[in-house]
Design a protein around this ligand. Structure first.
Ligand code: HEM
Length: 276
């Protein structure tokens, strides 16, 4: 919706305004009623703000120059939207994809039990989970296939030129992820065996001994060490590596540039923990 004329989306704008009013009302009530004594013994939850992270966020945002209570509410509304809408969609799809493929389900379970993780999640467990290649690949493939997002761009200072196209400055550009995420010229389909409109848990895997593996049509030659992990349950000689580098223009489930989703790391953490 960002920057789009209200006439194009009157219902969406009206809904957003009414949800935002709810957030403002909640925050006004919480501000008036909250008392430090209301914080639970665990030091986290309270009946007004809900959790320590929200209380800290209030404190932090309340100190930003020229921000009033309405600005803080708008910012928190974005946060609530991200945590409740985007994250749930991706989490549910991740579970659906894992459970509807028995083979994949047993591979995920094998990866978890090899690392001694049995459903109880501590922060340390989550750190471990984030290094599991199979969970990483499943999550990336869910985002590729299911996160159909429209990013909105606008150049304030100069026209943008892309090939034969010219986009005047200050005009809005809507960039849908769908065509990029399903671009046959870019993504590896193993010569059509693994269609791009279908889920393939191993799409982001590179096997050293399989030149047809890897997310790109061409083998990813330069793998970024920061995004490559070795599987815990596969023979070392043929361990798949999860690869997500070198995909930036074709894989952008969280948008790109300065407005890229600030909740993306939290989302990955929460969804992968939820699956486990
Ligand atoms: C898998 C889950 C998620 C997906 C697919 C997702 C995707 C996106 C996308 C595409 C954008 C817009 C980027 C742009 O305009 O170019 C965005 C923005 C945003 N996301 Fe997320 N998001 C997710 C989870 C979250 C979570 C968990 C949070 C909060 C903790 C969050 C908070 C935000 C906020 C505040 C913005 C606005 C940033 C800005 O305009 O400067 N998102 N997200």
């Amino acid at each position: 919706m960002k920057g789009l004329p209200i006439l194009l989306l009157p219902k969406a704008y009206a809904l957003r305004d009414s949800l935002l009013l709810d957030v403002k009302e909640w925050q006004a009530i919480a501000r008036a009623g909250f008392n430090e004594h209301d914080i639970d013994e665990d030091g986290d939850s309270d009946p007004w703000w809900g959790s320590k992270s929200i209380r800290e966020c209030q404190k932090f945002l309340g100190n930003v120059d020229n921000w009033d209570h309405d600005s803080v509410a708008s910012s928190d509304f974005g946060l609530l939207w991200g945590t409740n809408i985007n994250i749930h969609t991706a989490a549910i799809w991740t579970i659906i994809e894992i459970f509807r493929d028995k083979d994949l389900l047993s591979r995920v379970r094998a990866e978890l039990s090899a690392a001694g993780i049995d459903g109880i999640i501590t922060d340390h467990d989550i750190d471990k989970l984030l290094k599991f290649p199979l969970l990483q690949s499943v999550y990336a493939e869910v985002l590729r296939l299911r996160a159909d997002i429209q990013s909105v761009f606008c150049s304030e200072r100069e026209d943008i030129r892309i090939n034969e196209w010219r986009f005047p400055k200050r005009s809005l550009l809507l960039v849908p992820t769908g065509p990029a995420h399903r671009d046959e010229d870019f993504w590896n389909t193993r010569d059509g065996e693994r269609r791009l409109n279908k889920f393939w848990a191993d799409r982001f895997f590179v096997y050293a001994n399989d030149p047809r593996s890897g997310p790109r049509k061409k083998i990813v030659a330069q793998m970024d060490k920061a995004t490559v992990y070795t599987s815990t349950n596969t023979a070392a000689t043929n361990s798949p590596k999860f690869v997500s580098s070198g995909l930036s223009n074709s894989f952008m489930p969280h948008g790109v540039g300065e407005r890229v989703c600030p909740g993306r790391f939290f989302a990955r953490r929460e969804i992968i923990a939820f699956c486990a």
